[in-house]
Design a protein around this ligand. Structure first.
Ligand code: ADP
Ligand code: XUL
Length: 521
């Protein structure tokens, strides 16, 4: 029993959480926002501007500097890392980091210098494509063709070849910058990259996050020879190993011991993707509890009884860090789309919540919004598409309250439509992520899904999941007893479906489906 540290490097921030399994308390919960804390990376929302809306990259050095800065700030304010018994972490999924050297072949970090100046010369690619990138449609087609079609890619990897997934992104790099690819010795996910930084040597990729690459064979948990060969030449030698999520992958590097006071030899457990980690943090690793996460992206996910795949081709199967599988559907137009509506209507989040709860009704009197402010992956839209249907004032963006409801209803209806293949109709859905604080948004989800919506007392479920994974792997505390203590729902936040709401959505659901069908998606 002891203290366990969980880190979460998400799109917009790096968070650290320390849990104390002896007292059952969270003793530290702290975040650093990349845009605010590190303005020199010119990434206010965590990624770099680009003239092509399909291209979304981030500077991996920003993630590295954030780690130094966060640990430094925590240490300065009195955090005693010497009591930490184990560390794990989570990273935004799919994003990749390209290195000229295998991290195991370079000397460990020098504690007299900062991390960024030591990592910068190792990069063979200055920027990292992240999950929001949708510029690899051609490469997806090529990979599918090479292995025998979309159905084959799904059967092997659990997903169709998907633009943001790491394999198509690696192929695009190989084609667009062959010299850069030739100079690359090692390719990491954001998760395994940060674990490697902590260990000062190459850390393997875990099966949870690895399944989001279009490179891992679900049935074996190993790299798929066929997919690896279809992606880029000599890729196998550039990939780290794959391990089950609960593997101890190394010890903390001496740099962190001398600089921030960690205990020498502190074990580091494989980092995973933010969603697989959140499955743990939400206490949802057993089938039956669905989760909706509303961070930068919106995701719907759940542990799976049996691995089956989405016939429409939008959903994914990833590894469940507790063993087995999880399904996930991701929507790019999550918080950033809600923010666009809030900005355009001038509504604060409080006003946005009031508008939904008190100023509008389920079904929104037929007012409907196509909410694709950026290219969307579910359903697949390569260009932004924002359209308003309904009353004249609404169509002219003159009805702020209706617009607030419209974006959330469109998102909830789309989540419902695209999660029907899972074949479960949960009575309770757990929610997390920044936007889950909004009661109005929780109410629309309850009404559309006809389910009780519950939040957890803890805000950052990915960081919590990482800390719980460290406790389970190092401290040998079973997830079930950790969940009783750390993943309890906050009853006061619970929202029930309104009796009359379900009927209000029939017409809106058909209208949205018709419009999407007309767009061919
Ligand atoms: P990520 O983990 O992807 O970085 P978070 O889970 O921290 O994202 O969520 C951040 C987002 O939450 C912000 O971009 C913001 O749009 C949204 N958000 C925060 N508070 C509210 C609120 N009260 N209502 C709706 N959205 C909110
Ligand atoms: C999941 C996905 C996103 C990222 C960023 O497939 O692309 O949820 O993990 O959080």
């Amino acid at each position: 029993m002891g203290l366990y540290l969980g880190l979460d490097s998400s799109t917009q921030s790096l968070s650290a959480m320390i849990i104390d399994t002896a007292s059952g308390r969270i003793v530290l919960d702290h975040s650093l926002n990349f845009g605010k804390a590190l303005p020199r990376y010119r990434s206010p929302s965590g990624f770099l501007p680009h003239e092509d809306p399909r291209v979304k990259h981030a500077d991996p050095l920003m993630w590295v500097e954030a780690l130094d800065q966060l640990l430094g700030a925590l240490r300065a304010s009195g955090t005693d890392f010497s009591q930490v018994e184990g560390i794990s972490g989570a990273g935004q999924q799919h994003g990749s980091v390209y290195l000229k050297e295998r991290l195991s072949d370079v000397p460990s970090w020098d504690s007299a210098r900062d991390l960024v100046s030591q990592v910068a010369p190792l990069l063979s690619r200055a920027t990292s494509p992240i999950w929001m990138d949708s510029s690899t449609t051609a490469q997806c087609g090529e990979i599918a063709e090479a292995v025998g079609g979309d159905a084959k890619v799904v059967a092997l990897s659990g997903s169709r070849a998907i633009e943001r997934f790491t394999g198509p992104q690696i192929r695009a790099f190989y084609q667009r910058d062959p010299q850069g690819y030739a100079a690359t010795r090692e390719i990491h996910l954001v998760s395994s990259f940060l674990a490697s930084i902590l260990c000062g040597r190459s850390a393997p990729i875990d099966q949870g996050d690895g399944a989001g690459m279009n490179l891992l064979e679900l049935s074996t948990g190993e790299w798929s020879g066929a997919l690896v060969a279809a992606t880029a030449p000599s890729l196998a030698e550039r990939l780290p190993g794959v391990v089950p999520s609960r593997t101890v992958v190394g010890e903390i590097a001496p740099y962190f011991v001398s600089k921030y006071g960690f205990k020498p030899g502190t074990p580091v457990v494989a980092f995973s993707g933010d969603n697989p980690s959140s499955l743990v943090g939400m206490g949802a690793t057993e089938p039956g509890t669905a989760v909706i996460s509303m961070g930068t992206s919106d995701t719907v996910f759940a542990a799976m009884r049996k691995p089956h795949t989405d016939p429409r081709g939008f959903g994914h199967v990833f590894g469940n860090p507790a063993g087995g599988f999880m399904c996930l559907i991701c929507f790019a137009n999550g918080s950033l789309a809600r923010e666009k509506v809030a900005e355009r209507t001038g509504l604060s989040w409080e006003a946005f919540e009031r508008a939904i709860l008190h100023e509008t009704q389920p079904g929104n009197q037929g007012n409907l919004l196509l909410p694709f402010f950026i290219p969307e992956m579910t359903p697949k839209l390569l260009a932004p598409k924002v359209e308003l249907f309904g009353s004249e004032q609404f169509v002219a963006w003159q009805e702020p309250a209706s617009l607030a409801r419209a974006i959330v209803e469109a998102q909830a209806l789309s989540m419902q439509r695209h999660s029907d293949w899972i074949g479960e109709h949960p009575k309770v859905i757990r929610v997390t992520g920044g936007a889950s604080k909004n009661r109005g948004i929780r109410q629309v989800l309850a009404d559309v899904f006809g389910a009780e919506i519950r939040s957890l007392s803890v805000g950052n479920s990915s960081a919590l999941g990482a800390a719980l994974r460290a406790a389970e792997a190092v401290g040998k505390v079973p997830f079930s007893s950790l969940y009783e203590t750390f993943a309890a729902t906050d009853e006061a936040s619970s929202v029930s479906p309104r009796a009359d709401a379900a009927a209000a959505y029939g017409a809106l659901r058909s209208k949205l489906a018709e419009r999407l069908a007309a767009l061919g998606v």
